[in-house]
Design a binder for this molecule. Structure first.
Ligand SMILES: Nc1ncnc2c1ncn2[C@@H]1O[C@H](COP(=O)(O)OP(=O)(O)O)[C@@H](O)[C@H]1O
Ligand SMILES: O=C(O)[C@@H](O)C(=O)COP(=O)(O)O
Length: 429
């Protein structure tokens, strides 16, 4: 890959939808940004940019593997001149007591030579705010939000100081909103005090974008941080104010129309996606997969799904979904185990994605982080240019380094309004 100018910002993201969410935020804030899938191979030629988001699929894998992959990405970014690397985690802090936010944050912080890492998943544009260390999703504390039923990372504690402390080798402190409101110097002083107490991480409160701007200014000259898109916004605005961004990156061109057929795939079981799949039924043919059969006879279900799509994509887009209500998800998981069930569904959906592209689909909308990761890997996609925003946290992506480009939208399960699929397809021509 060629990037002559040192990167103003490097990012390591723990899933692919999260990476495109962050790439969207950085682009809108004025940093020319690309998203790579894993550490780019040396033969991948990409335009000069201000920021690179290396997308990993490391949110729900064993912690030691997540650490190893994240360190590799971090090293690659530092070699391209990134003096600050942000570890992008989910705005709903998706993780378990075994990791992976704590172990990766500890490892990257140590590699960066920082005594303490500022950590905040706040992302006000999508309703994620942190107050007294407690994460809110809209009006609900995290543990009362739909995230309590997430198939892979059920979130049952809203207090992130506690959540992170259970995953981390070092103590975790709090930079509260009263401190943030006083400005960047007060934040830096608080980080200094927490370091003196031996803390290795500090959850920072943030409710509005201007809180994130304060945090961005406080840490932009440090070497490492942990956050969701909101912290990306704070860092990007601080960098652009320092003249290290481009300012005109927003609305980056997505190039000529790609044409071809269009299709949507949904493996997310979030409430937002369930509503979006229901709304799409009025607009396009929708196939709802039987997840039980997906585990017992995957090849047959994949073949049937592709036959369904092939018969219809000549007339317009189709949607194929495994998405199911929490009760049905729990029933399947209790029969097969949650990891096995999740992986089997991801494998089937990614085989369908591959079949769809082979059948001429060039515009593909995918709902679900793990689901998107599985599909992007199966399609061997290597990097994305960032186009216009479809909904908060979801841009149109155009593949880079592929002779025949594809347009994609990788939607975090929780993002987007009820008309998301129609809106995405409208913007992907
Ligand atoms: N019907 C189902 N039953 C059980 N698990 C499912 C079902 N449909 C999808 N899954 C799994 O649920 C997980 C959803 O995660 P993900 O794709 O990351 O969505 P989100 O973005 O909402 O977190 C995936 O592992 C997916 O394979
Ligand atoms: O920060 C966010 O909320 C998203 O960018 C994200 O990471 C969502 O994860 P998935 O819901 O698993 O896609």
């Amino acid at each position: 890959m060629t990037t002559a100018k040192p990167l103003a910002l490097g990012c390591v993201a723990d899933d692919y939808t999260g990476a495109s969410d962050l790439a969207n935020t950085l682009t809108k804030a004025g940093l020319r940004t690309i998203q790579t899938i894993g550490v780019p191979a040396s033969d991948l030629s990409l335009p000069e940019v201000d920021a690179v988001v290396v997308a990993l699929k490391s949110r729900s894998i064993p912690a030691d593997e997540a650490v190893a992959r994240s360190r590799e990405a971090d090293t690659w970014l530092r070699e391209r001149g990134a003096s600050h690397v942000m570890f992008k985690v989910c705005s709903t802090f998706d993780s378990t007591d075994a990791g992976n936010i704590g172990p990766v944050a500890d490892a990257l912080r140590e590699a960066a030579g920082e005594a303490i890492a500022l950590v905040t998943p706040a992302f006000p544009e999508t309703g994620r705010s942190v107050y007294q260390g407690n994460l809110f999703v809209g009006a609900l504390p995290l543990n009362e939000s739909p995230l309590k039923d997430h198939p892979l990372n059920p979130m049952r504690d809203a207090n992130l100081v506690r959540v992170l402390a259970r995953q981390s080798r070092h103590g975790v402190g709090l930079v509260d909103i009263a401190t943030v409101t006083k400005g960047p110097e007060a934040v830096s002083a608080r980080l200094g005090a927490l370091t003196a107490e031996g803390k290795g991480a500090a959850i920072a409160d943030a409710i509005f974008d201007h809180d994130l701007e304060t945090l961005g200014r406080a840490i932009v000259s440090k070497t490492f941080s942990v956050g969701a898109s909101g912290l990306g916004l704070g860092l990007a605005r601080a960098l652009v104010a320092d003249g290290r961004g481009t300012r005109d990156a927003a609305g980056a061109a997505i190039g000529d129309p790609v044409g071809g057929h269009a299709a949507c795939l949904a493996g997310s079981c979030s409430q937002a996606t369930l509503g979006q799949v229901a709304a799409a039924e009025a607009l396009m043919p929708v196939l709802r997969l039987d997840a039980g059969r997906l585990l017992s006879e995957p090849d047959a279900v994949v073949a049937e799904a592709l036959a369904f799509a092939r018969e219809r994509i000549g007339q317009g887009p189709v949607l194929i979904a495994s998405s199911a209500e929490p009760e049905a998800v729990r029933a399947l998981q209790s029969r097969h185990g949650s990891e096995a069930a999740g992986h089997a569904v991801e494998a089937a959906l990614s085989a369908i994605a591959e079949g769809l592209v082979a059948a001429g689909v060039r515009r593909l909308v995918i709902a679900g982080g793990e689901t998107s990761g599985a599909c992007v890997d199966r399609l061997s996609l290597r990097a994305f240019l960032v186009g216009p925003e479809i909904a908060a946290g979801v841009p149109v992506l155009r593949t880079a380094g592929r002779p025949e480009p594809l347009l994609l939208a990788l939607k975090s399960g929780n993002f987007g309004g009820p008309d998301f699929f129609a809106r995405a397809l409208d913007m992907m021509q």
